[in-house]
Design a protein around this ligand. Structure first.
Ligand code: NAD
Length: 328
């Protein structure tokens, strides 16, 4: 079966080639999918996309014209797909519901520890021969209260690690998990969690209900100096409100692996370009802000699992007409 793979990087080819082992013809396309590039799918019946590919109505109309029957996401999140339009076009959508959630959980904790102990600043200082400790004062994780918004697979992984550190872990989720409660997570209403946590880590999906869940009002109820971590989706935080919170000292540390306007930036080398995004540039001016370019998923284990599940979705579709993991 011909498969058009959008937003392909060399590392995607490496893991997909290993998983597919010649069973399907993968046409690797470097371009990001949008209404202008959709035509590159050519004669493929299956299109494979990643998190910043745009799968809107215009793209789906073009795919319907080309005869595309299935879209396989190389991700868990599917907020970039217009599911209603896909339904109208008769195009099925599949995803990778769970791939090594520990990869993202551990990255969230890496951001927490780096910010707390100022590792990003210490690294630069020591290389510059500056061994002064002023400005590098941290705090013990042990005994702190960590609030986890969204206690699904990734949130649960963060909870497990933070409980291991001796933190008190609070959770907020419209669907609380008994496994989390058994582990020691205490569920609280969102406002209570925001008001009492020293560290808040976001792990809910991006939906209309969670867009700008963390806005000026939410930041207003947080403890002064709170650490806020987002490895979920950028638009869960109103970034302008976060910049204001940093200016006022209400947010003491901000760790982001995702950014609401990341489509124009992440996964590309922009080091020779002027970044024309004033909000992003402003974020980078704060020494208590640490941004990584959506790399939470980027471990050998996760990349292997993503490739294998993507190919399993393709295999099942070719065999039975339905992928294994349909997006509902
Ligand atoms: P999951 O489906 O296992 O868990 C999500 C949880 O969020 C569920 O328990 C759900 O009930 C809860 N939730 C839904 N609406 C909520 C709300 N309004 N408030 C609080 N909780 C709510 O998903 P997961 O595998 O844990 O992934 C979580 C998110 O992480 C994904 O949606 C994706 O956006 C993001 N993600 C990021 C990366 C990365 O590389 N940074 C990689 C994978 C996933």
């Amino acid at each position: 079966m011909n498969v058009a793979v959008f937003s392909t990087k060399p590392y995607d080819r490496r893991f997909l080639d290993a998983a597919v082992s010649g069973r399907h013809a993968l046409n690797y396309i470097e371009a990001r999918l949008d209404p202008k590039t959709a035509v590159l799918a050519g004669n493929a019946r299956i299109v494979c996309v990643f998190v910043n590919d745009v799968v809107n109505e215009a793209v789906l109309d073009e795919f319907e014209r080309l005869g595309v029957r299935l879209i396989v996401l190389r991700s868990a999140g599917f907020n970039n797909v217009d599911l209603a339009a896909a339904g109208r076009s008769g195009i099925q959508v599949a995803r990778v519901p769970a791939y090594s959630p520990e990869a993202v959980s551990e990255h969230a904790v890496a951001l927490m520890l780096s910010l707390d102990r100022h590792i990003h600043r210490a690294y630069a200082r020591v290389r510059d021969g500056n061994f002064a400790l002023d400005g590098l004062l941290g705090f013990n994780m042990h005994g702190r209260t960590v609030g986890i918004v969204g206690t699904g697979r990734i949130g649960q992984g963060v909870a497990r690690i933070m409980l291991g550190f001796g933190c008190k872990v609070l959770g907020y989720d419209p669907e609380p998990s008994s496994a989390c409660e058994e582990m020691g997570v205490v569920y609280r209403p969102l406002q209570d969690l925001l008001a009492t946590s020293d560290i808040i880590s976001l792990h809910c999906p991006l939906t209309p209900a969670t867009r700008h869940l963390i806005d000026a009002a939410a930041i207003g109820v947080m403890k002064r100096g709170v650490m806020l971590i987002n490895t979920s989706r950028g638009a869960i935080i109103d970034t302008k409100a976060a910049v204001a919170g940093l200016n006022e000292g209400r947010i003491g540390h901000l760790g982001l692996d995702v950014y609401e306007e990341e489509e124009e930036l992440f996964f590309e080398d922009k080091s020779d370009e002027v970044i024309r995004d004033d909000v992003f540039e402003r974020l980078l001016m704060f020494s208590n802000v640490l941004v990584t370019g959506h790399q939470g998923f980027f471990t050998v284990e996760a990349m292997t699992a993503i490739a294998e599940t993507t190919v399993a979705n393709i295999d099942a579709f070719v065999r039975t007409g339905r992928p294994v993991h349909m997006v509902v």
